[in-house]
Write a protein that binds this ligand. Structure first.
Ligand SMILES: NC(=O)c1ccc[n+]([C@@H]2O[C@H](COP(=O)([O-])OP(=O)(O)OC[C@H]3O[C@@H](n4cnc5c(N)ncnc54)[C@H](O)[C@@H]3O)[C@@H](O)[C@H]2O)c1
Length: 395
């Protein structure tokens, strides 16, 4: 059988201060087949090829593991595979220990690599193992969900959950290489896809803050205009959309790698939290796992625009424009199994980890020109309640 032509990937580079701190993100359809070559070039630097511990989850293993193992073995790369349960409950100390045990039994050294094949759960778990095994071995992200391709695989946050606290134990640890095969998104359930899309649209709504520029964006060439043009056909431009999100995240991470920018600097890593004060409150009020995180972010982004409109930070026409885009891609209105009590939501917002002063509220809000943001610590509760009511009336 003739060998299929190799996909030409888009490459986004993440540049960080210090040496050696740059890494490439390869984005394109069919890249899993190129993984052995990419590993040899970018992880093993074309010298003696080391060992890999490949961490994946049960669902992803069923879909992609045999293809990858075959490709790695035919390239004479020694691989040991560990399969963890699918979903958030795999981000535990027990699963972490299983990774360490696999690395130990396989005789891994610091020069060898842990490869995360899967969504954000596998990436966070395997990344934390890579950050800590022998005080840090090589790490490769092969994200297979939309959310992980545009967000969690880029930027170096790795963690496990502890007791009831999400990401309680973690660190910053950058990968050497990220390989995002956009063909994997075809097998992703529609609901997961839309949740990933919400996080992708967030990048269009923070574009100016993310590039750290004070000059307004060109409305014709903005990322937002691109989404509006695509509407429900957004999947046709997946590699381009993912690459733009990764460029924006890379720009933010390059400026504020460890979230140490001043608390009110809306161009720091905090800009990635647009809509998240609302989102976290809904996730918590409805019970974790009822809404996907991206679904909650879609609710939160719409509410953030309405709140900004009430506070005079954006025109009514701007929030109407965002509503039209979210409607076009089925992210508005978001059906809820039950409508949480508004005062309970506000109480949860006061406990958000971004809040600096006990019992206050902290929002990352859009302001004019579109794409720029304001960190707001003094929003009147009455305005928050009005926005919650507006959303609950609309659904
Ligand atoms: N590190 C960061 O910067 C960061 C950022 C955002 C989120 N996160 C973390 O990411 C996690 C959520 O990530 P996620 O949304 O990718 O969830 P996930 O990893 O649980 O994946 C979602 C589901 O999709 C399945 N799946 C994965 N790829 C698939 C494919 N190609 N086809 C079919 N099914 C597939 C998985 O098995 C799982 O059941 C959370 O734990 C969150 O805390 C981390």
């Amino acid at each position: 059988m003739p060998t299929p032509p190799k996909a030409t990937p888009t490459v986004v580079s993440v540049s960080l201060a210090g040496y050696p701190r740059n890494y490439p993100i390869f984005i394109g359809a069919g890249l899993l087949a190129q993984l052995p070559d990419l590993l040899k070039t970018h992880v093993f630097n074309n010298t003696a090829v080391g060992k890999l511990v490949l961490v994946t989850d049960e669902t992803v293993a069923g879909l992609y593991l045999s293809t990858i193992e075959t490709a790695l073995k035919s390239a004479e790369i020694k691989v040991e595979t560990l399969i963890v349960p699918a979903g958030e409950m795999a981000k535990t100390a027990d699963q972490l220990t299983r990774i360490y045990e696999t690395c130990h039994a396989f005789g891994m050294t610091r020069r060898d690599a842990i490869v995360a094949l899967g969504g954000g759960v596998v990436g966070d778990l395997a990344g934390y193992a890579a950050a800590t095994y022998y005080r840090g071995c090589q790490f490769v992200q092969v994200p297979t969900t939309l959310l992980s391709q545009v967000d969690s695989s880029v930027g170096g946050k790795v963690a496990i959950n502890f007791k009831d606290v999400k990401n309680a134990i973690g660190t910053f640890y950058q990968p050497q290489l990220v390989v995002a095969d956009t063909a994997c998104i075809e097998t992703l359930p529609e609901r997961e896809r839309l949740a990933g899309l919400a996080e992708m649209i967030k990048y269009a709504l923070i574009e100016q803050a993310a590039v750290g520029s004070t000059a307004p964006l060109n409305p014709e060439t903005s990322f937002l205009a691109f989404y509006e043009q695509l509407g429900a056909n957004w999947m046709t431009q997946l590699p381009t959309l993912i690459a733009r999100c990764c460029q924006l995240k890379a720009a933010v991470v390059a400026r504020d790698e460890q979230e140490s920018a001043p608390a009110n600097d809306s161009t720091g890593r905090v800009c990635l939290n647009l809509g998240h004060t609302f989102a976290h409150a809904y996730e918590s009020a409805l019970g974790y796992g009822v809404l996907l995180h991206g679904e909650a972010v879609a609710i939160g982004m719409m509410q953030a625009f309405w709140l900004s409109e009430r506070l005079g930070l954006v025109e009514k026409s701007t929030s109407a424009r965002i509503q039209r885009l979210l409607e076009a891609v089925s992210l508005f209105p978001m059906a809820l199994p039950s409508i949480p009590n508004a005062m309970e939501l506000v109480a949860l917002m006061r406990k958000d980890k971004k809040v600096l002063k006990a019992d206050s509220l902290r929002f990352i809000l859009p302001q004019a020109p579109i794409g720029s943001l304001l960190v707001h610590d003094t929003v009147p509760v009455a305005d928050v309640l009005a926005v919650l009511d507006q959303y609950h009336q609309a659904i």
